[in-house]
Design a protein around this ligand. Sequence first.
Ligand SMILES: C[C@@H](N)C(=O)N[C@H](C)C(=O)O
Ligand code: ZN
Length: 219
Amino acid sequence: MADPRVAAIPVRECGEPLVDTADSEHLRVDDRMADEHGQWRLLRAGVVERLERAAQLLPPGVRLLVLEGYRSPQRQERGFTRYRETLRALRPDLDEGALRAAASRYISPPEVAPHPSGAAIDLTLCDDDGTELDLGCAYDATPEESDGGCFTAAPGLPERAAANRRLLVEVLTEAGLVNYPTEWWHWSYGDRYWALKTGAPAALYGPHDLTAPAQAAAV
Ligand SMILES: C[C@@H](N)C(=O)N[C@H](C)C(=O)O
Ligand SMILES: [Zn+2]
């Protein structure tokens, strides 16, 4: 996400609303990333449509579990700064540019981050009871914590976890989302990274600050 080609993609905001994933009969929503205003459940309507399509491609008894959609710009900034400073302590040899690039393997620099646009979704698979399937490492484990197991194409996963990842990749790709390859759980549609990967001339969704009164009213 720190690749200058991502920041170079223009955004042509299409004005599509943010909608609540909890209103979808095809999606399950988990509240571990909840914020006080319920904003973590929000996503652009076009992203939800594609997730619903993906959910319907899953075999019976397997569901998509929404973990985090919209993230406020302030939350993104705090998370990025915290992780960058953690890395700085671990890797005093890295200069500012290298630190930014290393941090962006786990969390996007605020100026290009897709979660504040409602374009990105962190999600996993679960069964009908909401019990999570084994995807090979914990959701949101950093590269350091998971020893690289968070990379979507990580080698050496147990067969069950590898099969679950393949299933996740298959249905979400078929539905038109793109994965950020350092995190098996992070997918997006309509953001700059999606445009870079698909060759679209511009991103469709720009950031929203829902703490600003005019935008909060529009949701
Ligand atoms: C922090 C992690 N859950 C995540 O969402 N990372 C991506 C790359 C992001 O911040 O956009
Ligand atoms: Zn994410």
